[in-house]
Design a binder for this molecule. Structure first.
Ligand code: F6R
Length: 584
């Protein structure tokens, strides 16, 4: 993880980068640092803590520079200590490096650096000293970076600022890096939203690309010998997409955006979905790959495929290697990812290099979006809160649509999403919000809760439990209600709370499971379109045909959000987590 943004131009870099780095905070936020060139020297300011606190502490708004690099960290190698914050300099302070990724052979490389002053516990520091060695040997910066890139193993993207070179130099491998071209200078950054206020002209980089960024120009060379074209693209984003607007938190903004995003599906043609369906019709099996919330989308999708007679297997990205011997060339792979940068998945892609691949991916310029043959854009816009909300909903919609299209029932799915679209306006009505607030008040001080469901509702329970863990720090366990009597029922007493998802076609059997809970004096919170005497508390969700699960998912998101608010948790930036997981 980690976020990098750098600028080289004729304007003062500091206001751009102070603003830009805040938009990268979702990538990691345990330390922040910057390196800026002024009067031919390099100033580095860095510390642990949240970006705003470090900015205030070091009065960074008072500085100015025309060439600078900023970094926000999610610690991997080296603890959360000031010395390990980036950028990290060489022995002389001539240059500094901001890095995102992991250098697997860093200990071997560090052992070769005798005579150098090693100041941190990071893998990153070897980059600074190897480049320093090469510059001392007479290389220019690009040659020194090329040499260094060839020595390191693993996925690493980094940017180097050198006081004796006019240009910044960046390298992309694994973690994302993109160029932004503005009238008065150029950006190099971990993602587009960080500079979208200043330019929408972007150049996406490929693995192995080294870019030398001047104030007016740039040059890209692929160090892995690959031949890519680098067109200047126009990013389809606005400042409105990346600001909180009137909302107190990104998570709430993103939850509330969902009815509109679903409404916007109404007049779409879904051409990519038709292409994907055609490919799937010729498949032997369909594997659906994801991690975290995206794995829940995969599970949900696989159920719908199987229910429609297509063999589908959901697989966690990290677990794909275990399927190596059973995969055939006729199997088709669907990759689900918000970021398109999740290392667990990218690392497994070589296993399926000869297979047809379909991506349901939110981040259009991402590594995985470029890897798949058929790219279905999720179209949720930037998702900044660490907990995935709107991308769960839209990716789930697309996987169901692909499954239905593959068996010639696309129209049925389009009809049902339109039904949900109308009914979703009954979701955020005062009676439902009051019920959500009441439940949040009831559960906020609990140490643990259960989420119960059967079949598809169990997948929602898994997703709901993940939201609770991430945003409220309450231990939340999803249980398939049909397996309750095989063990988990032993945990039910009058102290236990079960958030229970009840919907057709399994309403009767689910209610029968809830009788078992009530008989042990457990507390039942029902989320359903119909009330029941078994519910101690009840949140009503509207009908939406095959997409009814979307309203249940939104209620679970809202409930964890409200609970987090009552607990005073900054749920946009949960402890220990970052949005994009580019490490294994
Ligand atoms: C949960 C969450 C994570 C991600 C997971 C995969 O709210 O955000 O579990 O879903 O890290 O990320 P993507 O979808 O970017 O591949």
């Amino acid at each position: 993880m980690c976020g990098i943004i750098a600028y080289n131009g004729s304007d003062d870099a500091i206001p751009y980068l102070l603003d830009g780095i805040k938009n990268l905070e979702y990538r990691g936020y345990d330390s922040f640092g910057c390196a800026l060139e002024s009067d031919g020297g390099l100033t580095i300011k860095k510390d642990i803590g949240r970006i705003d606190d470090v900015i205030n502490e070091y009065k960074l708004r008072d500085l100015s520079s025309k060439k600078a690099v900023f970094h926000t960290r999610w610690a991997t190698h080296g603890g959360v200590e000031q010395k390990n914050a980036h950028p990290i300099s060489d022995c002389t302070g001539r240059l500094a490096v901001a890095h995102n990724g992991i250098i697997e052979n860093w200990t071997d490389l560090r052992d070769e650096l005798s005579g150098h002053i090693i100041k941190s516990d990071t893998d990153t520091e070897v980059l600074a000293h190897i480049i320093e060695n090469r510059l001392n040997a007479g290389d220019d910066l690009t040659s020194a970076v090329k040499f260094t890139f060839e020595r390191i193993n693993g996925s690493s993207s980094f940017v180097v600022i050198d006081t004796k070179t006019d240009n910044l130099v960046g390298v992309k491998k694994g973690s994302p890096l993109v160029l932004g071209l503005a009238d008065k200078g150029n950006f190099i950054s971990s993602d587009v939203p960080s500079f979208i206020k200043y330019t929408n002209k972007v150049v996406y980089l490929y693995d192995g690309d080294m870019v030398s960024v001047g104030k007016k120009d740039y040059e890209i060379v692929n160090l892995m010998g690959k031949d890519h074209t680098h067109d200047i693209a126009t990013a389809n984003l606005s400042s409105k997409d990346i600001d909180k607007g009137d909302y107190e938190h990104f998570m709430l903004k993103e939850i509330m955006e969902q009815p509109n995003l679903i409404k916007n599906l109404k007049d779409k043609e879904f051409k990519e979905v038709d292409e994907a369906a055609a490919v799937i019709r010729g498949a032997s099996s369909v594997y659906i790959i994801g991690a975290g919330t995206s794995f829940h989308v995969a599970r949900l999708g696989a159920r719908v495929f199987r229910e429609n007679g297509i063999n589908a297997i959901p697989v966690q990205g990290h677990d794909l290697p275990s399927y190596k011997k059973v995969i055939s060339d006729k199997d088709v792979f669907i990759i689900i990812s918000q970021s398109g940068e999740t290392a667990d998945i990218i690392n497994s892609m070589h296993i399926i290099k000869n297979n047809k691949k379909i991506g349901i991916i939110n981040n259009e310029g991402s590594t995985l979006a470029k890897e798949v043959g058929i790219f279905i854009p999720v179209g949720a816009g930037p998702e900044k809160a660490v907990a995935a909300t709107k991308t769960f909903t839209l990716s789930s919609f697309y996987i169901v649509l692909v499954a239905m299209a593959a068996v010639g029932k696309k129209d049925l799915a389009v009809n049902d999403i339109n039904l949900l679209n109308v009914n979703l306006y009954n979701l955020f009505v005062p009676s439902v919000i009051d019920a959500v607030n009441a439940v949040a008040g009831k559960i906020k001080d609990l140490e643990s809760i259960f989420l119960l469901g059967r079949d598809l509702d169990y997948v929602l329970a898994l997703e709901g439990a993940l939201k609770f863990k991430e945003t409220t720090y309450i231990h939340a366990e999803a249980v398939d209600a049909s397996t309750f009597k095989h063990g988990p029922l032993a945990l039910i007493s009058d102290k236990a709370y079960a958030i229970s998802l009840v919907s057709e076609p399994l309403r009767t059997s689910m209610l029968s499971n809830l009788h078992e809970v009530k008989a042990r004096r457990g507390n039942v919170i029902g989320i359903s379109d119909t009330n029941s005497e078994l519910f101690d508390m009840f949140i009503r969700t509207p009908e939406g045909g095959m997409f009814s699960f979307i309203s249940q998912a939104i209620i679970l998101q809202l409930l964890s959000y409200k609970t987090a608010v009552l607990k005073g948790i900054d749920m946009d930036h949960p402890r220990n987590l970052a949005k994009t997981v580019t490490v294994l």
